[in-house]
Design a protein around this ligand. Sequence first.
Ligand SMILES: [Zn+2]
Length: 431
Amino acid sequence: MVFQNVDMEKLEREMQEIRRDFHKYPESGWTEFRTTARIIDELEKLGLSVQYGPSIHVKEKMYGMPDPDVMEACWERAMKETDRPDLVEAMKGGYTGCLAVIEGALPGPTVGIRVDIDCNDVNEADVPDHVPAAQGFRSVHPGCMHACGHDSHAAIGIGTAKILCACREQLRGKALLVFQPGEEGLRGAASLTAAGHFSGCDYFIGGHVGLIEGIEIGTVAASGHNFLSSTKFDVTIHGYPAHAGASPEKGKNALAAASTAVLNMLAIPRHRDGASRINIGSLHAGTGRNVIPAKAKMTIETRGATAEINAYMEEHAKRVCRAAAEMYDCSCDIRFMGAAGDVTCDPELIDRVMEILPGIEGVEHVIRDVYFGGGEDVTTMMRDVQEHGGKVTELVFGFRLKAPHHNDMFDIDERVMGIGARAFAGIALGL
Ligand SMILES: [Zn+2]
């Protein structure tokens, strides 16, 4: 497929500059203020009208928001680092991410294309054989790093918009570009989905760089399978403090209740129908040696090969927490923090994508289906599209991995961005 009016070399240089800018200033879920502002700015330069701010989200579904002091500090940091304080101002409170529609000249379907834009909570390596450190675009935000390639996803999304805007005359229907915040921790998709942005999509395509071990640049997978369903939740057990020597009978021991809950959650029987997981990642409780602990907080996640298996683990775990609290006459608050389901990509759309991909410059080898084996927040959007009659798939743009995802030495092969943008745009034009 040839994209008329597109200087591909120039576009690849632009995507590299944009990706390196995002890499240097990474922002984690719901704090992608500077990142979103730059994306909006780039899309507006193309003449697109961009949707952003509180109106694109359903507040009650913005899961796993950072604590208010963290949110405020990140926002103030973005205000100092951005060229578009007007946009950062409009996102105050964590309303990050944006959407834009590219209208084609011809009638046809609506194709949703979704990229994610957040970083990981990782300190980036500072050694000479790590390219971002050697070439001056290592993260300047301690504890924040693009260690999953979402910096390149955001750049690919902008590159896709540039190609499609230049090819409007050939575009049948329209493309909906989605820049999703808060993918890590499976937090951001629900709010955008609940706002109804995707129900009109005939086709919906996600994508991720890397992921597959032992393959070369130019390999693209047309779909993924075995997304694990997962639920993230925090449990706080409230007791009553008392003197541990003088009046222990007056106390209600939240730490004892939480400890009982931890051991019994780990004892939930496994499920015969497939993989199940549970992790209690943290437990914080108590205030001092001679005080009956009045409060205990746990961060928990369950996973399952299917939504049913995950629901089995989640319900069992919550029942254990409530019952353990009851044992010690404590109360128990359960706060939902994030979730994603499994999804089955549609064979009909995969067939179409399999036909289009070999004609894309830079695509050397096409795989029909790869094992995903993790959670992906895009599945929340995809299920909504499927429930409204649309077809979905998730592409994987491979390259030779130098370090695993979420590792402090993770880095991408930047050639993958040209491939990703051409593949997304080519599919939108081909459908
Ligand atoms: Zn990722």
